[in-house]
Structures are given as structure tokens and as C-alpha cells.
Design a protein around this ligand. Sequence first.
Ligand SMILES: *[C@@H]1O[C@H](CO)[C@@H](O)[C@H](O)[C@H]1NC(C)=O
Length: 641
Amino acid sequence: WVSWTLTCYSILLLYSRTRRTETFLLTMIAYILFTVLAVLPVLLFWKNPYIMSDLKFAMTVLHIGIKYSKITRKFYSILDCFMEKVSEHPQKTFLVFEGSSYTYSQADKESNKVARALLTHANLKEGDTVALFLGNEPYYVWTWLGLAKLGCVSSLLNYNIRSKSLIHCFSCCEAKVVITSAELCGAIEEVLPTLREQGIRVFVLSEKSDVEGIESLSDKIQQASDQPLSPQLRANVNLKSPMLYIYTSGTTGLPKAAVINHGKVWRASFLQYMIGVQSSDVIYLYLPLYHTAGFLMGFSGAIERGLTIVLRRKFSVSNFWADCRKDNVTVIQYIGEIMRYLCNTPKRDNDKDHKVRLAFGNGIRGDTWNDFLDRFGNIRICECYGATESNIGFVNYVGKVGAIGKEHFLHKRSYPYALIRYDTEKEEPVRDARGFCIEVPEGETGLLVSKIGEQTPFSGYAKNKQQTEKKKLKDVFVKGDLYFNSGDLLRINEGFVYFQDRIGDTFRWKGENVATTEVADHLLAVDFVEEANVYGVKVPGHEGRIGMAALKLKENMDFEAKSIYDHVKYFLPSYARPRFIRIQDSVAVTGTFKQLKVKLAEEGFNPNIIKDPLFFLDDSKGYIPMTKEIFDSILEGTLKL
Ligand SMILES: *[C@@H]1O[C@H](CO)[C@@H](O)[C@H](O)[C@H]1NC(C)=O
């Protein structure tokens, strides 16, 4: 650019020496024109330093848009995409698992066998739902592929749930068949009478079964042919047909089955493409396949890219990097507290010795982000935001520390969204005199809502009209419009999107909103704190909730009341300081490594109930051990909070 501009200038300079007036005038005009052209990129760059990334991202998004519109015109499923990859590179490794590896062609054949066994022995037909009650293992993948080949819907059950919740999950999706593994069969046996009453057939992935009502499947798979199945078996499947049910746990109540149709599978699977994953990459997949992050973002995204997948049964902090090294992993996924766990391990000399170049996921906090880069080297971190059932997502494609996404004009055009003012006390959006919601100004926290439309549908929860309706918000900006209520409080600053809190997590104290993640961030900055879980607890006779924190301390370190008090006092306004601190050996997390708060909040701050070390913030003395006397005087109201 610079050399081109200089050349133009020198040519003009030669011309401007002539005496003829019209030539001189023309030269001057050209001068001005070139100057504007030369300065424009500098100006643009000054206005937006991310312009190159923005343009590159826009190109990718446009490309995906074209691809998706092709899919909408002539239906093509993620299974078709898989089969295409099989014919493109049959001998490429598709899956690596516990020392064994399987090529694309082998995966295709294995899934043909599963499909044939199920076709013959379970009488499955297009549109039937089959529940998978399996841990991460190759048969999870073969079975799912096999079911897709039959045009069946897979219901991805969380294998940690038992009894009543398990039965509830079956009735949500109306599964006809359940497939489980030998290790998990016990949990199914517990509910077998109910399953049999409902006419649900149970298959176990083993050679034989001695339990009445549980049929073996492995022997049937071995006997089945690996020849391709006719596409006629799934002829009626289209973009709107459900492909999966994925259960979202939420913080309370029974799991809800989000309906994931083929359109949604595609939109989620494009994430890896969007953030620059290439077909030569190797992805490490340890997140449970029964969740959106593992299945859609990780697994089916990898199929879309035609990757090699290194599958692991479960997350293991001690084997993480060894696994990555052994199998030449280049892309990792993270969620919730995972990145912190990795940073909390003892430092090693070979921390930077690996091929990982990209990490994507959701939930990394700012301080961990910096620690991680320092520790493990030059890895591009791509923080993304989205939820299983939601119709909106953000991607922080420029790696701005702390942000969950970057706004993009193309994105805003195709996915209309807004942050609206929210009343945490009444737990509902604030409405103006005419009854409409109010968009918050830039920099202020608001509830994310996104418009429900043809391109941005919300498929809701299976057999749960009430919960589905609860996620919809009507008459938001004009009469009759319909938005999806994300339940997340976000903030947008200079085009970057920041996560503030979940609706239920933010609490109010003394008329002020307290964002639990923000308080936790400050507590984590204290040197002896390894993990921090912040929540609000009810105090009799007081409005709102008062702050409490459950902390896990670093190994061989003690709770130092003075240093944490000094820190909290300096960084947090009085209403946001945790009034109670509870020390735990471990901080409880969900299957997706998100912290559990509800149970802790219910336990409150009663020293008669809580056996963990408990501290109380005394305004004059700082953190002191909580006693029965303090507890009683709080209840009596003699001790003012
Ligand atoms: C990993 O890469 C190295 C060097 O490129 C190669 O020698 C090795 O075979 C690879 N390992 C696997 C499991 O692909």
C-alpha cells in the first residue's frame, strides 16, 4: 500500500512541473484524491483496530451462509456430510480411543452394522426415538451414526442420572428403545419395571444378557452385514425434523429435553469452521457427548471439518497434556472451570511442549485466560457463547481477554438481538409506560433477548409446553413480536460482549445488584484461593439476599482472614462483599463443569448445619469464625447486617 501510494505521488510530482494550467489543476485534484485514498485505511484502522479480523470473519460467515442456504434448498444432513468425508478420505483416522484408532471407512462400516442389527432386532423405522445411555466410547459414535442412517432420533441421556429423573427423561422424548453399556446397565435395571410397563425395549452392548427384559446387542452387531443402507430409509427427514434430544439441567427442577432439529445441528456444527479449524486439525474430545458442547460444538463440528477426533471417556486434569502430546492434538475444547483446573496443576518444564494451537469453548475468566497463555504458550483462545436451546450465539474471534463475543454487523443483521433492562428483584424485564421493554445503553448490563424468526427458530422443549413458553418473551419492542429469553445478563462495551451473570445467580442486596461471577473473580485474585463459588443467601427479616462465598483453598495454604478482608474491602463495594465465607474441600460442579449454587444457597449460613469452616465478616474486625452467638443475634435482629 505504501509503495503504491509513493509511486503515484512521484508520477504526480513529475506532472505538476508542467506549466499548463489544466494539467496542473488535474494534478491537484488527483493529489487530493490519492491523499484521501492513502489516509482512509489508516483512519479505518484507527476507528477499528480489528478491521482485518472483522473482514476475515465476515468472509467466513458469508461462506457459511452460502453453504447453509444450499443445505436449506436441497436437504443434506450432517450424516450425508460424514458419508461424503468417508468417500473423500476413507483411510484417514476418524477416531482415536484408548490406544485404538478407527478410519472414516471403518466408522462407516461399524455404523452400518449397528444400523442393520437395530433394523432387524428392534424394528426401528424412520422417526422413532432411541435413547442412548452411554459414556464416551466408540460405540456411542457408531450407534448414533447407525441411528441417523435409519432416520431415527437419538435422545442423548446424561448417564449420571438415576431413578425418577431417568424415567422422566424417557417420557420427555417418548423413546421406544434404550441402548446402554454393560457398565451402566445397573442403572437401567433399577427402572426396568417402569420401562417395561411403557413398552420400552432395552438393549445392552454386550455379547449376552441374563436379565429378563434386557437384550444383548453386541452379538447381533457382529453378525450383521456392513453393507451400506438405503437412503430410502430416511427419505422423509428434512431440516426441521428432530435429530437429537439434548437435556439441559438448569439449576433446579427436572431436566428438560431440548429439541435439536437438523437445522440446529448444522448451525452449531459450523462453529469450528467459523473460528478457523482446518481439516488437518486433530481435536481432543473429553466433554460428555450427551451435552451440546461435546456433541454439537465438538463432535458434529469435527465431522463437518472432516477431522481426526481423539476421544476420551472423561476429563482428566493429570492426563490432559500427555494425551494432547501423544496424539498430536491441535484443537482443544473447554467449558466452565476446566481451564482453571489446568492452570491449577503444578508447573512443569514441558508445559509448552505440545501442538495445540486453538482452544475454544465457554466460561474462561479473564485471569485464567492470561495465566493459561503464560503457562501453555501461544494458543489462540476463542471464547464463544451460546446455549443448547437458544437461537443466538457470539464468538470472540479476535481473542480479546475476558469477552465472550464480538459484535459484528452481519451477525446483527441475521440474528436480531438486544440487551434489555432487567429487574432482578421482581425477576422480570422492566417495561415502559407503553408496556415495552427498554434497551440498555452501551456499557450497562441487560438481559439478552433474541428475536424468534424463520432463520432464528426456537424449537423449545419436548413435551414441556410450560417451560417452552417461559423462555419466550412477547411484545418486546412492538406489539406482537416474539423473543427468546436467554436468561443471561450481558454487557456490551466497544463492540465486545461480556458475560455478567445468569439471571438466577445475580442477587440483590440493599437495593444493589450483585453479579456473582464478578465477586468470584475478585476472590480468585487472592493468592490462597483456588476456587470460588459466590451466591446469595436469605436472611430472615431482610429483603433480597446477602453475599456468601464457598472457597476451595490451594494445597498447603491456609485461610488468611486479614489478607482476604483487605482485598475484598479494596475491590468490592460494601453490599457486594461476601458476608459469609465457607471453606470446602471441593467446589461442586455440574456435568458441564458449571458451579452448583442452589443447594449451597439453601444451606445458608447456619453453623449448626454447616460442618465446613465458616467465617463471618464483622464490620470492625474483618473475617472472624462464625459462632452460634453471631447466628442467633442475626436472627434476632440485634446484629445489623
Ligand atoms: C505425531 O507427530 C509426529 C511428528 O510429526 C509423528 O512422528 C507421530 O507419528 C505422530 N503421532 C500420531 C499418533 O499421529
